[in-house]
Design a protein around this ligand. Structure first.
Ligand code: CP
Length: 318
């Protein structure tokens, strides 16, 4: 079994391929409600969630662990800067908040989206790093400015279950969206796919290059038609520009995933992390087809979270 201290990015995992195998092994075993009896998971949401919130709580439940959720927007506004005269709208400092929450939790999960205004700030992961610094509990990233590693692990599990060759060709394609979205999901999908040693193609309009730290080893294309040729999996996601940080540079609807593009593939499976805007990101007939894996991906979120929680608890107990 792997042993994980924090799960904030791929870098926290010694052997990402082994972890995927562990997810599949435990998914196919009966639940063990005694494994984490007496342990407490606190989930902090600075932003909305459907899948991450429920699958993390379900994972805790299957391990016999208690879970508590705090929608941070309904709590005291937090100050993160040091030395601030707190005479404005922030009521509590992260120093106290992280220390207090650590007393109630054995593991802390955090969802905190980026500002999409200040790249250096967002990519320094201020919220996760503050909880690591001022709290004393393992931290799980539930999607942050730079990554969504639980989604990456669930996606790799889904590909592992459906791949027909050892090294499938996987396309990560940008798709249009009316709002500016983080780079976290595509960053994690790229780095987890490359860590499985799959053949990764990333297709996007000019100006949408991701941070090269996540894409080293991928083939980059800018033509949405040729990128689909011969691929086994198509993973669609919108993201805002990393270079012109947080900006929408393109709304070109021809990047939407449709049946014509899918017909160029090797009968590829369609993937998306959800939520997805139908007929903007992907056409109805693709997401509704038998090749669509979006519901299976969401199911694997539970088992990915279970594997991570199991490994962290094993590490605590050691
Ligand atoms: N994919 C994902 O993280 O979904 P939620 O935003 O609903 O948690």
């Amino acid at each position: 079994m792997s042993q994980i201290k924090h799960f904030t990015s791929l870098a926290d995992v010694d052997d990402p391929q082994k972890l995927v195998e562990e997810v599949i092994t435990w998914k196919n075993q009966p639940a063990n409600p005694d494994f984490a009896k007496g342990f407490s998971l606190v989930l902090l949401f600075f932003n909305p969630s459907l899948r991450t919130r429920l699958s993390s709580q379900r994972a805790a439940q299957l391990l016999g662990m208690d879970s508590m959720v705090l929608d941070v927007g309904s709590s005291w506004p937090l100050e993160f800067d040091l030395g601030t005269v707190m005479d404005q709208n922030k009521s509590e400092h992260i120093k106290e908040a992280a220390a207090v929450i650590s007393q109630y939790a054995d593991i802390i999960g955090i969802r905190s989206f980026p500002t999409l205004e200040n790249r250096d700030l967002d990519y320094s992961e201020p919220v996760i790093e503050a909880f690591k610094k001022y709290g004393d509990r393992p931290v799980v990233n539930l999607e942050s400015g730079t990554g969504h590693p639980l989604q990456g692990l669930a996606d790799m599990t889904t590909i592992r279950e459906h791949r027909k060759t050892e090294r499938p060709r996987v396309l990560l394609t940008w798709a249009p969206h009316p709002r500016a979205l983080p780079q976290s999901v595509p960053n994690s999908f790229a780095e987890w796919t490359l860590a499985q040693d799959y053949d990764l193609v990333i297709a996007h309009p000019e100006g949408y290059d991701l941070d090269p730290r996540f894409t080293q080893g991928a083939t980059i294309m800018h033509d949405p038609d040729t990128a689909y040729e011969g691929v086994d999996f198509v993973y669609a996601k919108n993201w805002s520009s990393y270079q012109e940080y947080g900006k929408i540079l393109d709304r070109n609807p021809t990047w939407m995933v449709d049946a014509k593009k899918m017909s160029k593939t090797n009968n590829a499976f369609f993937m998306h992390c959800l939520p997805v805007r139908r007929n903007v990101v992907v056409a109805d007939d693709v997401i509704d087809s038998k090749q669509s894996l979006v519901i299976q991906q969401s199911n694997n979120r539970t088992f990915a979270a279970m594997a991570v929680l199991r490994n962290i608890i094993t590490n605590i107990n050691t």
